[in-house]
Design a protein around this ligand. Sequence first.
Ligand code: NAD
Ligand code: ZN
Length: 271
Amino acid sequence: MDLEYVISDSVVENIVDHLKRSQSILFITGAGVSAESGIPTYRGVGGLYSNGLTAEGVTIEEALSARMLAQNPEVTWKYLRQIGEAVSNRKHNVVHEIVAEFETLFPRVWTLTQNIDGYHRTAGARNLIEIHGCMDTLFCTHCDFRANRFAPEIQDELARIAEQNDVPTCPKCQRLVRPDVTLFGEGLPERGIAKLQEELAVGFDVVISIGTSSLFHYIQAPVRLAKRAGKFAVEINPDHTDISDIVDEHIRAGAGPALKAIRDKYLESLS
Ligand code: NAD
Ligand code: ZN
């Protein structure tokens, strides 16, 4: 995969010109921002499933669906574990760090992420909407058991699963345990949606979408809303997506080099 795309100086300058006149920024992030941590994306450039099916012969959306979890939880858990293990073995990267840094540079910055890796939080972002939940919390599908993935009481069970390629069960009632993430076919968390609507109602001067295939309407909507309100929108993605033609600037490059160029130029413009 070659992400050595050219990042045009004039594009970066135009973005920085807008940032300098802005009070509020919304970042929208997807799997592409964690790609540079070594967590593979599902679709688009470098995507695991861009051209095909999982080993079970179903799409990744079916494998990670509520229906599959109910009928064949071992299939859903196989792919949840794949992300979980990759996330545990790696850490946040410069993109997550710059997004968090922007919270200190502008009066109002929010991040809407589809990622379930928790990296925005570990990098220090505070105004964060994890619209698909986070891998770190596990809960029982039957009783009130809830635990952090790293909590001591669940470590024996997790070690057993790792060995047996099995599904984890609740230490209290032995029923199926799952992470607190939104599976395909499930509704979005109400609190996250309410917070997003609240912040969108206030509005943002600049919207920056990074590393998402923008397939979901609630991921495209803030960009469309900003454009309708005459605001400035940027996309960073080596691939073309549904929002590429409506944004003011589309940087076709890796998230790290592109966001670093914007941050560096912005800081330079202040001095
Ligand atoms: P996606 O896999 O559909 O798309 C990723 C996008 O990132 C693609 O458009 C791709 O072209 C782009 N990309 C690849 N490398 C990039 C880079 N270096 N810099 C910038 N962009 C890059 O991801 P999505 O839109 O987030 O949707 C996938 C769903 O799967 C989400 O719901 C998410 O919860 C889940 N998922 C999460 C993780 C994670 O938490 N790290 C990883 C894989 C999938
Ligand atoms: Zn239970």
